[in-house]
Design a protein around this ligand. Structure first.
Ligand SMILES: [Zn+2]
Length: 287
């Protein structure tokens, strides 16, 4: 069976046709337009192109931003404020199309096909520009009031610390996202730093960064008692050393040793294609 996955991100819209082997074929990509109607029109055109290859295939859409229960999106990076995107998609497609927040889609991809498959309680952490991901509870993405998804990266780990785009100070992602490592590593690039660590070089910067990641994971362990924590995002592309070092540090904490010795810290299964595969998981759940 073929499903068309659409990933609407801050800079690009990507589509791909995905079959049962979860390989992404016939990719298409274009810059994300500035207005909600133009984004919706671009998605429709790109899906129509994909339908030429896979006539009648189901469609799912992963879409950056905060979604409310009415299907309206607020997304700073797309300059959208309460844009009624779900209804706009319905109007242009002539029927409802499954669409969901990108972090929830990535979480669903891992839960349906990847590192969180089959787990009742699990967490996806994506270490990128910020910290994204989400929580699986009772085998479902955990949601807050009005369907809102939680923001793990905005847990405060440094009271009164660096200001964050969310309005708080000292959020975890200001210290533990890949971007934070990039700032710490300068003048080395993140990759150069990770390469040196892989060769066995001792690095205080690296140890400091791993401490920042671990302090947040300790709280997540105590709150959720997860079976699995899957780590993805841009930083995990740097290789297994990243997840291996985080796992070693987590396993030394009392949260792990006393409360959650069962928790497995593993790499996420989907990296650059998490959005498209997440959209496919969403579409498959809706079929
Ligand atoms: Zn924040």
């Amino acid at each position: 069976m073929s499903i068309i996955g659409v990933d609407v991100g801050g800079t690009h819209i990507k589509t791909g046709i995905v079959q049962d082997d979860l390989k992404v074929r016939f990719r298409d990509e274009r810059p994300t337009p500035a207005a909600a109607q133009d984004i919706v029109n671009a998605v429709y055109e790109m899906v129509n192109m994909a339908w030429r290859r896979a006539p009648g295939a189901a469609v799912g859409i992963s879409f950056a931003g905060t979604w409310d229960n009415e299907g309206c999106v607020t997304a700073n990076q797309l300059r959208l404020k309460k844009a009624p995107v779900r209804q706009m998609l319905r109007d242009v497609f002539g029927r409802p199309v499954p669409v969901e927040n990108d972090a929830v889609c990535a979480l669903m991809a891992e839960h349906r096909y990847g590192a969180l498959k089959g787990c009742e309680t699990g967490i996806l952490l994506t270490l990128g520009t910020g910290i994204g991901g989400g929580v699986i509870a009772h085998g479902q993405p955990l949601r807050g009031h009005q369907g809102l998804h939680g923001e793990l990266g905005h847990m405060i780990t440094h009271p009164g610390g660096h200001p964050c785009g969310c309005g708080q100070k000292g959020c975890w992602e200001q210290y533990a996202a890949a971007r934070a490592l990039g700032l710490l590593a300068a003048p080395l690039t993140t990759r150069e730093l990770v390469d040196r660590v892989r060769k066995g070089e001792r690095s205080d910067v690296w140890q400091q960064y791993i401490c920042e990641v671990t302090v947040g994971i300790q709280s997540l362990l105590m709150i959720f008692m997860p079976e699995v924590i899957a780590i993805g995002g841009g930083l995990s592309n740097a290789g297994s050393i990243v997840v291996d070092t985080i796992r070693e540090a987590v396993e030394k904490t009392s949260a792990y040793r006393t409360y959650c010795p069962f928790t497995r810290v593993v790499p996420a299964s989907f990296r650059n294609d998490a959005g498209i595969i997440g959209a496919v998981a969403l579409a498959e759940g809706a079929i």
